[in-house]
Design a protein around this ligand. Structure first.
Ligand code: PRP
Ligand code: ADE
Length: 172
C-alpha cells in the first residue's frame, strides 16, 4: 500500500543549487496520489470548528479548495500582488529562495470568523506567517494551519509559534 510521500518527486538543485524541490505534480496527476493527499489533509480537520479555508497562491489553492468543498465551507484565496481587483490588505515576506508580496480582499474574512489556513508546503514559514498577519488584520481567528509537506530543517514552525500547525509529510 503506497503512502502519499511515495508520490512526491524530489528534484535536487531546483530552482537553485542546494534546494531540493518537492514536486507535487506527481501526486496530483495520479488518482491514488491525489486521493491520499486530500484525505490526509481532511482527516486532520475532523472535529475542528471552522468557518472558512484560506489557501495561498498557487499550490495552496489546489489543496484548500477541495477541503473547503468537502466540509461545506467557503474558500478565500491569498494572491500574489496585483491579481485581486478590489480593495486589499497586503504583506511582504521572504521565501527559501527570493521574496514576494501577497494580498487578500478586505471583505474576504469577516471579523470573528474561524479560519483554517492551507498550503502545500512550509519551508521558511514566511508565506503563511504573512497570510496569518493579513487574516488577523481583517479580524479572523486562525484555528488551524495545515500543510501537505513540512521542511522541518528550515524551522518554519518557529514563525508559527502559538498556532495549531499540522503536516501530512515531514522532511528532515
Ligand atoms: C511555495 C509553496 C509555499 C511557499 C513555502 O510557493 O507553495 O506557498 O513557497 O515557502 P515559505 O514557507 O518559505 O514561505 P511559491 O511562492 O513558490 O508559489 P507557487 O505555489 O505559486 O509555486
Ligand atoms: N517552496 C519553497 N521551498 C520549496 C521546496 N523545497 N520544494 C517545493 N516548493 C518549495
Amino acid at each position: 500500500m503506497k503512502k502519499v510521500e511515495d508520490y512526491v518527486r524530489s528534484i535536487p538543485d531546483f530552482p537553485e543549487p542546494g534546494i531540493i524541490f518537492r514536486d507535487i505534480t506527481t501526486v496530483l496527476q495520479d488518482p491514488d496520489g491525489l486521493k491520499l493527499a486530500i484525505d490526509g489533509l481532511k482527516e486532520r480537520l475532523d472535529g475542528v470548528d471552522f468557518d472558512v479555508v484560506v489557501g495561498a497562491e498557487s499550490r495552496g489553492f489546489i489543496f484548500g479548495a477541495p477541503l473547503a468543498y468537502e466540509f461545506g465551507k467557503g474558500f478565500v484565496p491569498v494572491r500574489k500582488k496585483g491579481k485581486l481587483p478590489c480593495e486589499t490588505v497586503s504583506a511582504k515576506y521572504d521565501l527559501e529562495y527570493g521574496s514576494a508580496e501577497i494580498e487578500m480582499h478586505k471583505d474576504s474574512i469577516k471579523p470573528g470568523q474561524k479560519v483554517v489556513v492551507v498550503d502545500d508546503l512550509i519551508a521558511t514559514g514566511g508565506t503563511i506567517e504573512a497570510a496569518i498577519k493579513l487574516i488577523e488584520s481583517l479580524g479572523g481567528e486562525v484555528v488551524k494551519v495545515l500543510f501537505l509537506m513540512e521542511l522541518a530543517g528550515l524551522n518554519g514552525r518557529e514563525k508559527l509559534k502559538g498556532y495549531d500547525v499540522e503536516s501530512v509529510i515531514t522532511y528532515p
